[in-house]
Design a binder for this molecule. Structure first.
Ligand code: CUA
Length: 253
């Protein structure tokens, strides 16, 4: 073995040992954990708008079947935005209307873009990758304008407050992708006037929709399937309070 070969081998060996030592140090000394699926870990596991000061915002958008979280992002005009996009389920897309932002939301990956909205207005977020039955209704929006005052909403009483919270959940949890509230047919039955409605079931039975039935359908979707529809409603992880808010909202439609 000539001398230069020996030097090359020693240098390569030293580099590998160095990299390995750096990995061990990062994992044990610095406590850096490399997640196996970034979509499952904070801060990319849920939508967020973070004010970094100086009209600079970090916006985390989670694209999931079939809604964007958050569904609506309010920002002041001229804001510099760092946009981070992730997905916990399947591949989605994100196109922000009238901007150069066109990203893929791939499970396990965080994609990013930097943008600025110079003029006030509404800019739709659109999923441009086919992602299932709710795809064509998967959209959100950026609203650029004076920020709404962040004063706490006046506390309404009982079912009214529940219905208002339920209306928000209805959009956030993606229910809106399949259930319309104006009577037009969707992927799932419309919820307009659903309370007290007599429904035919896919198995030939009938049911009169009451509060208990609505709650049961939210907690255990597909235990009863309406005639003409498919048993495809996902079971959402909801707290009891969230279920009650959704029931109050659906009853109010
Ligand atoms: Cu999400 Cu198409």
């Amino acid at each position: 073995m000539v001398r230069t070969e020996r030097i090359a081998l020693i240098v390569a060996g030293a580099l590998m040992a160095g990299f390995f030592a750096a990995l061990v140090y990062a994992a044990s000394g610095l406590g850096i954990v490399v997640p196996t699926c970034v979509g499952d870990v904070a801060p990319f596991s849920h939508g967020a708008v973070i004010d970094k000061g100086g009209n600079h915002y970090e916006v985390h958008v989670v694209a999931k079947m079939w809604a964007f979280d958050p569904p609506e992002v309010h920002l002041p005009p001229g804001a510099d935005v760092d946009l981070y996009l992730s997905s916990p389920d399947v591949t989605h897309g994100l196109y922000v209307e009238r901007t150069a932002v066109n990203l893929m939301a791939v499970p396990g990956v965080v994609n990013a873009a930097r943008l600025r909205f110079p003029t006030p207005g509404t800019y739709a977020m659109i999923c441009h990758e086919y992602c299932g039955v709710g795809h064509q209704q998967m959209a959100g929006r950026f609203v650029i304008g004076a920020l709404p005052p962040s004063a706490p909403a006046p506390a309404a009483a009982g079912a009214d407050a529940g219905a208002a919270a339920g209306a928000q959940l209805f959009a956030q949890k993606g229910c809106v992708a399949c259930h319309t509230i104006d009577g037009t047919p969707g992927v799932g039955p419309t919820l307009k006037g659903v309370l007290g409605r007599r429904e035919e079931l896919a198995d030939g039975g009938t049911v009169t929709v009451d509060e208990q039935f609505i709650e049961h359908q939210i907690r255990a979707p597909n235990s009863a399937v309406m005639k003409g529809f498919q048993p495809i409603m996902p079971q959402l992880p909801l707290t009891d309070a969230e279920v009650q808010a959704l029931v109050d909202y659906v009853k109010s439609l």
